[in-house]
Write a protein that binds this ligand. Sequence first.
Ligand code: DX5
Ligand code: ZN
Length: 228
Amino acid sequence: MNSAYSTDSQYIHPSILNADFMRIGEELDRISTADSVHVDVMDNNFVPNITFGASMVEQITRRSPLPVDAHLMIDDADRQAPAFAEAGASSVTFHLEAAKAPVRLARELRRKNAAVGVALRPATPVEPLLDVIGEFDLLLLMTVEPGFGGQSFLESMLPKIRRARSAISESNLEVSIQVDGGVSRETIERCAEAGANVFVAGSAIYRAQDATEEISALRELAAAHSAH
Ligand code: DX5
Ligand code: ZN
């Protein structure tokens, strides 16, 4: 399968949700050693917060050499998500809870040359998705309720990561598992051990004195505790 992510590699995706929006260009420069920039799109309906639209994604692709990983926390994903692939996002992740026809949408996004992710809120079970998981490049398991940066990691999500990783491996599929929410030096090892290989970190990286050093520390911890 032509996947943008290898399940044998670890990826660090800083979220700009906690960046200083008045200095966004410099804030993008601070994370130049990361693997992608994670852009949290919120519509004040799917989550009680509002952030950026497709034009912001397009501007980031022009300003930063990093691929854009767009995380859509928006209703009506079937209609809204394609615009983010057209804006140049390298991967587009929509929430299963917000999509009527996730397989059709995944195929449409792939036709628009984006890698495709499907995201689950903490209380959404992964099992009903497993029959169609091969349609996606990435499974995003939220480790906080989506909507805000700086929340505490939900330890109770670790068994869900493990179940997803073993089901995907048993099916011999190349689907990466991304974790998002409360990922830091304290929690990344357990996520990696459970089978995650793509790590979003917002406040851990943007609140660090030295973002480059934080990215490399997270990358080393993830590699040292990788489930592979
Ligand atoms: C939460 C967003 C996350 C958030 C992560 O809804 O999807 O990407 O920015 O922030 P931290 O790492 O601070 O939990
Ligand atoms: Zn996110």
